[in-house]
Design a protein around this ligand. Structure first.
Ligand code: 26Q
Length: 757
C-alpha cells in the first residue's frame, strides 16, 4: 500500500475511492507535510533572510508534489481510485498574504532559493485575513475579509519561539508559524517564517466587512495586510506592523547566529538580510537597538554591522510608494527607534554636510525609509535593466553619486515549477518531447528554436491552447457564472488596478472597437478581452476604472450587433489561482504601462513562457523580452521612457492637446455618453471622465492612437497562424532567461555569497 492509502485509512477509515475532495486534500496535505518535515533543513554557516511584508505563495499542493518529485505518481494513484488531482487542488484555499508583483516575486524567490540549495528563509507576518476578497456586485468592487486561516493549512506552529516586542504603550509577544519550502527534487528544505501576535483577535472586525478598530493594536496587529492608511490611525498601525515584523526577524536572526557560534561582531558571516522594498527597513535601527542595548556594542560598531548585513531591493519609482513616515508617528509608536533614526540622520549629516537631498530626516520632519536602507545597507538593486538605469540616472541619482559601488541590477524572474510545470502540464510535456527534460532543471528552452517553423509543433501548440481555453471557461463558469467563445482570441490584462498600468487605456480601446463594430467593421474572429485585478480600497479612481470596464462589458453584452464579436470579462477576485488558469489560455499579454513606471513586471514573463505574445510599451522587463525575441516577435508601441521622464521634468504633457483630437475626444466623451451613464454609476463615470480629460497624470491619451493601431495589427496578424505560431515558439524558446533560478543565482553571486548545494 502507498503511504497515501495508509494515511487515508488512518485519518478517515475509508479507501481513497470514497473520500470527498476535501478529505482527500487533507490526506495529501498531511502526506506532503510529513515528507517535507523528514528532510533536513539547509544549514550552511551563513544564511539568507528574505524579509518581506508580502509572500503571495498561492496554493502549495501541486508545486510541493512537483518539488517532491511525486506529482505524476500521486496523480496516477488517485486516478486508479477514480479521483482527480485537479479536483483535490480545488479544495485548497489560497492564502492571500500579498497584493501583487512584489509578493509573488518573494514566493518565486523562496522556491528558487530552495531549488538552488541555498540556506535561506523568508520572514514575514501571518496576516489572518491577508488582502481583502474582491466582490463585483452592481459593477463595483466590494471588499470582504478573506478567511483563509479557517481551513487546515500548511502552517506549523514552532513551539517555544516567542519574542517580546516593546512599543511605547505596551509590550507585545509573538508566536511563530512555519511553512516548509521544498526545492525542486532536492533532499533538503528551507522555511517561510511567519510571525503572529499572540493576543490577536478577530472579534473586533465588523461583521462581513474589513472595518475594525484601528486603535486596538493589541488585537489587530496581524489581522490584515495593508489596512487602510488614509487616516492617522491607519498609518500608525502600519508602523506597528512593520516594527513587529522586523523586531521578531532581528531577534530570530541574532538567536540563530548565536546558536551557530557567532559572537555577533561577525554577524555578517552568519547572516545576510535582503529587504523586499522599504517595508522592512526598520530592521536596520532594530538591529542597532538590539546590539547596543542587549549586547553592549557601541553605536558605531552596531552601525558597521548593519552596513555589512542588510541589502535593499527597490521595486518602484512612483513617488507615492516611497515610504516617508512622520517622525512624530514613529516617536509615538517606537520612541527608541525614533532616537536611533535621529542618530543615523546626524551621522549622514556629518558625512555629507550640505547635501540636503540625502538626509534621513527631511525638513518636514519625515523619515525616508529608502534613505535609511541605502545609507545603512551594502547593496541597492533595481528589478530590471531599465528600472535600475532610471534609478541611477534620476530617481536615486543623489545616492548613486555617493555609493556607485552599491548599485546593481537583478532582473526579475518567475518559478518555472509553478508557471509552467504546474499550471500548464501539457505544454511542459511538449517541451519534454521536443528537447528532453533537462529544461526542468536548467530552464534552457533555446533548443525549441529549431521548431519555429515546424507545422507539427504548431499543431500541438494550437491544441494545447484550445484545451486551456476550455479549462479557463470551466474555471470562469465556476468562479462567476461566465463563459466565453473558446474560438475567440483571448486578450488578457491581469494585474493590480493602477492608473500607471493603464487599464483605462484598454477601456478606451474597447470603446473604439465597440463603435467600429457598430459601424459594420466586423472582426475576422471574435475577441475576448479579460481583465483581472484588485484596486486598493482607498484608491477611488482605480475603482472607477473597474466600474467603467464592467459597464462597457454590460453595454456590449446587451447589444446583439456587437456581442457575437466582442466580449469583455472582469474576473472576480483575481489571485494566483486565477492567474494559473488565465495565463495558459491567453493569446495576447497586455503590458501597457506608461513607459518608465513599471519597474519590471513578472506577468509579462509568465505569458511569454505559456505561449502568448506581448503587446506592450518599452517599459520594465518588456525591454529585455524585446531584446531577446527581437522586434519581429513582440508588439511594442508608445513613447519611450526617456521621453516620458522628460515630459514629467518639463511639465510638458497637456491632456487637452490630446483630448481635443477628434478621434480621442470621441472615445473619452463616450465614458459619459447617455447610454453609458444610464447603465452605470454617473458619479464614478463623471469623476473618471474629468480625471482623464483634465489631468491624465499617467498619460493614457498620449499613446492611445498608436495603441489602437498596434492592437488592430495584432488581431490581423493572429489570422496568419503560421507566422503567429512561429513567434510563439520564438518567445517560449527565449523565456529561460526569465527563470527566477537565474535571478536568484545572480543575487547569490553578486550580493549574498552563500554556498549552493
Ligand atoms: C507603500 C506605502 C504605503 C502603503 C503601501 C505601500 C506599498 C505597498 C505595496 C508600496 C508598494 C507595494 C508593492 C509594490 C509592487 O508590487 N511592486 C511591483 O514589484 C514587482 C516585483 O519586482 C515588479 O515586477 C512590478 O513592476 C512592481 O510594480
Amino acid at each position: 500500500m502507498h503511504k497515501i492509502e495508509i494515511l487515508a485509512d488512518h485519518m478517515y477509515h475509508k479507501p481513497i475511492d470514497s473520500l470527498t475532495s476535501r478529505e482527500l486534500y487533507e490526506v495529501l496535505l498531511h502526506y506532503v507535510k510529513e515528507e517535507a518535515a523528514s528532510r533536513p533543513l539547509n544549514s550552511s554557516k551563513k544564511k539568507l533572510y528574505y524579509l518581506s511584508a508580502e509572500f503571495l505563495i498561492g496554493k502549495l499542493l501541486s508545486t510541493n508534489l512537483i518539488n517532491l518529485g511525486d506529482y505524476d505518481e500521486v496523480k496516477d494513484l488517485l486516478a486508479e481510485h477514480g479521483q482527480s488531482l485537479n479536483d483535490v487542488e480545488d479544495a485548497e484555499q489560497e492564502p492571500s498574504l500579498g497584493n501583487g508583483g512584489l509578493g509573488r516575486l518573494a514566493a518565486c524567490f523562496l522556491d528558487s532559493i530552495a531549488s538552488l540549495g541555498i540556506t535561506g528563509d523568508g520572514v514575514g507576518l501571518n496576516y489572518h485575513f491577508g488582502l481583502f476578497r474582491q466582490t463585483l456586485d452592481h459593477n463595483e468592487q466590494g471588499t470582504l475579509p478573506d478567511e483563509w486561516l479557517d481551513a487546515d493549512t500548511w502552517l506549523e506552529k514552532e513551539e517555544g519561539k516567542s519574542y517580546e516586542v516593546p512599543f511605547a504603550k505596551f509590550t507585545l509577544h509573538s508566536t511563530l508559524y512555519n511553512i516548509d519550502v521544498l526545492g525542486f527534487e532536492k533532499e533538503t528544505r528551507n522555511r517561510l517564517r511567519l510571525f503572529d501576535l499572540d493576543s490577536v483577535s478577530s472579534d473586533i472586525i465588523e461583521e462581513g466587512s474589513i472595518q475594525f478598530d484601528k486603535t486596538n493594536v493589541e488585537k489587530n496587529l496581524t489581522l490584515f495586510l495593508y489596512p487602510d492608511d488614509s487616516d492617522r490611525n491607519g498609518n500608525l498601525l502600519r508602523i506597528y506592523q512593520q516594527y513587529f515584523m522586523v523586531s521578531n526577524a532581528a531577534q530570530l536572526i541574532i538567536d540563530e547566529a548565536l546558536e551557530k557560534g557567532s559572537n555577533l561582531h561577525d554577524l555578517a558571516d552568519f547572516a545576510t538580510i535582503q529587504i523586499n522594498d522599504t517595508h522592512p527597513t526598520f530592521v536596520i535601527p532594530e538591529l542597532i537597538r538590539l546590539l547596543t542595548t542587549r549586547y553592549d556594542f557601541s553605536f558605531e560598531e552596531a552601525v558597521a554591522i548593519a552596513r555589512k548585513t542588510v541589502a535593499f531591493t527597490n521595486h518602484t519609482i512612483l513617488a507615492e510608494a516611497l515610504e516617508k513616515w512622520p517622525m512624530s508617528d514613529i516617536e509615538e509608536v517606537i520612541p527608541d527607534i525614533a532616537a536611533i533614526i535621529r542618530q543615523l540622520d546626524q551621522l549622514v549629516r556629518q558625512e555629507f554636510p550640505g547635501n540636503q537631498k540625502v538626509t534621513v530626516i527631511d525638513d518636514q520632519n519625515r523619515a525616508h525609509m529608502a534613505h535609511i536602507a541605502m545609507h545603512f545597507g551594502y547593496s541597492i538593486n533595481g528589478v530590471a535593466k531599465l528600472h535600475t538605469q532610471i534609478l541611477k540616472e534620476t530617481e536615486l541619482n543623489d545616492f548613486y553619486q555617493i555609493y556607485p559601488e552599491k548599485f546593481n541590477n537583478k532582473t526579475n524572474g518567475i518559478s518555472f515549477r509553478r508557471w509552467i510545470m504546474s499550471c500548464n502540464p501539457s505544454l511542459a510535456r511538449l517541451f519534454d518531447q521536443l528537447i528532453g527534460s533537462s529544461w526542468r532543471h536548467d530552464e534552457d528552452l533555446t533548443g525549441l528554436e529549431k521548431y519555429i517553423y515546424s507545422e507539427n509543433v504548431h499543431q500541438n501548440l494550437e491544441h494545447i491552447k484550445e484545451a486551456n481555453k476550455e479549462a479557463l471557461n470551466v474555471f470562469l463558469d465556476h468562479n462567476q457564472g461566465v463563459t466565453f467563445n473558446p474560438n475567440s482570441i483571448v486578450d488578457v490584462q491581469i494585474k493590480r488596478f493602477h492608473e500607471y498600468k493603464r487599464q483605462q487605456m484598454l477601456a478606451l480601446y474597447i470603446i473604439y472597437k465597440y463603435h467600429a463594430i457598430k459601424n459594420g467593421d466586423i472582426p475576422k474572429r471574435p475577441i475576448t478581452i479579460i481583465f483581472g485585478g484588485k484596486a486598493a480600497p482607498a484608491y477611488i479612481i482605480a475603482q472607477d476604472i473597474i466600474h467603467l470596464i464592467m459597464t462597457l462589458s454590460d453595454r456590449i453584452k446587451n447589444d446583439p450587433d456587437v456581442s457575437p464579436y466582442l466580449q469583455v470579462i472582469m474576473v472576480k477576485n483575481y489571485n494566483v489561482t486565477a492567474a494559473e488558469h488565465l495565463i495558459p489560455a491567453a493569446d495576447i499579454s497586455e503590458q501597457i504601462s506608461l513607459a518608465s513606471k513599471e519597474a519590471s513586471g513578472t506577468g509579462n514573463m509568465k505569458f511569454m513562457l505559456n505561449g502568448a505574445l506581448t503587446l506592450g510599451t518599452m517599459d520594465g522587463a518588456n525591454v529585455e523580452i524585446a531584446e531577446r525575441v527581437g522586434q519581429d516577435n513582440i508588439y511594442t508601441f508608445g513613447r519611450s521612457s526617456e521621453g516620458i521622464v522628460n515630459l514629467y521634468a518639463t511639465h510638458g504633457y497637456h491632456p487637452q492637446d490630446y483630448y481635443n483630437r477628434p478621434a480621442i475626444k470621441a472615445l473619452v466623451d463616450d465614458i459619459v455618453s447617455e447610454d453609458i451613464l444610464k447603465l452605470g454609476n454617473p458619479e464614478r463615470l463623471n469623476r473618471l471622465y474629468n480625471d482623464i480629460k483634465g489631468k491624465d497624470w499617467f498619460m493614457a491619451m498620449i499613446d492611445i492612437e498608436e495603441f489602437i493601431q498596434t492592437k488592430e495589427k495584432v488581431y490581423q496578424d493572429y489570422e496568419d497562424r503560421k507566422s503567429w505560431l512561429a513567434k510563439v515558439v520564438k518567445n517560449i524558446a527565449q523565456a529561460g532567461y526569465f527563470s527566477s533560478d537565474r535571478t536568484i543565482s545572480d543575487y547569490n553571486q553578486d550580493i549574498w555569497h552563500l554556498e549552493e548545494h
